[in-house]
Design a protein around this ligand. Structure first.
Ligand SMILES: [Fe+2]
Length: 251
């Protein structure tokens, strides 16, 4: 199974006069064209949040136009820049939980679990007791299926700028403890810090990726890659061992 991950596209409304609006749309457009050119096509594309910049319906309308050419199904979770209600209204199929925007995708050999780490209006991550219980139950329901989690806020530090990224650090630690009880989890993939990283976490492994929006990317050599959008590909065979490559979009 092949998973393409995009993150932190920070799309603005078509009518926006902000200078970054056009380049961000172009970054996403180029990534999607590249994903569509892959052979084989990814089974699925996941977006790990900060899909838009200001959370308005106009932002989401532009985002959905940009995503429309994708030839693979896409699943999204919100970031702190997203607006919960507008996100839910736009991506209605994610509405599997009355309060939170998390859900399970059971259609593929690898089980995908989308996690909502957002409290509206807050920049930092949240993972309350109710979400913990949902995750524990969800993972407990399929203990032998290789599983990949995706969420916006990494529940660990990613230096040098993303430190203590949860409102209550106890949330972060409790999330780590729950995942550690479910060894079928092969990877957690995140966004938010706009920087690529990979580390051991909760008895499994966890990664973050550079933002698709080039103007807010971190940890990328600007002199060499200023004109190069990037995204990630995660190959997950039946063994459940995840191999990740960063894909450079050169066209
Ligand atoms: Fe972001």
């Amino acid at each position: 199974m092949l998973i393409a991950q995009i993150s932190d596209t920070h799309i603005l409304a078509k009518s926006s006069d902000r200078p970054e609006a056009g380049p961000r749309a172009e970054d996403l457009r180029r990534c999607i064209a590249d994903i569509n050119s892959l052979k084989p096509l990814p089974n699925v594309v996941i977006h790990s949040g900060d899909t838009v910049q200001t959370g308005t319906i106009s932002d989401y309308k532009h985002l959905t136009e940009l995503l429309a050419p994708l030839r693979s199904p896409i699943y999204l979770i919100p970031g702190n820049r997203d607006h919960h209600d507008n996100f839910r209204a736009t991506f209605n199929r994610t509405n599997s939980n009355a309060t939170f925007l998390h859900y399970v995708i059971d259609d593929f050999p690898v089980r995908l679990v989308a996690l909502d780490s957002i409290n509206p209006g807050q920049r930092k991550g949240v993972f309350c007791a109710e979400r913990l219980a949902w995750l524990d139950d969800t993972l407990g329901a399929a203990p032998t299926r290789p599983t990949v989690l995706f969420m916006h806020h990494p529940p660990f530090d990613v230096g040098p700028r993303y430190i203590d990224g949860y409102r209550n650090l106890a949330d972060r630690d409790a999330l780590t403890a729950v995942v550690a009880r479910h060894p079928q989890v092969r990877r957690l993939v995140c966004g938010h810090c706009h920087r690529s990283s990979l580390r051991a976490w909760a008895g499994t492994e966890a990664s973050t990726m550079a933002s698709v929006a080039r103007d807010v990317r971190e940890g990328v050599d600007v002199a060499r890659f200023d004109d190069t959008p990037m995204y990630q590909l995660h190959a997950v065979p039946e063994t459940g061992i995840v191999t990740t490559q960063t894909r450079l979009v050169l066209n």
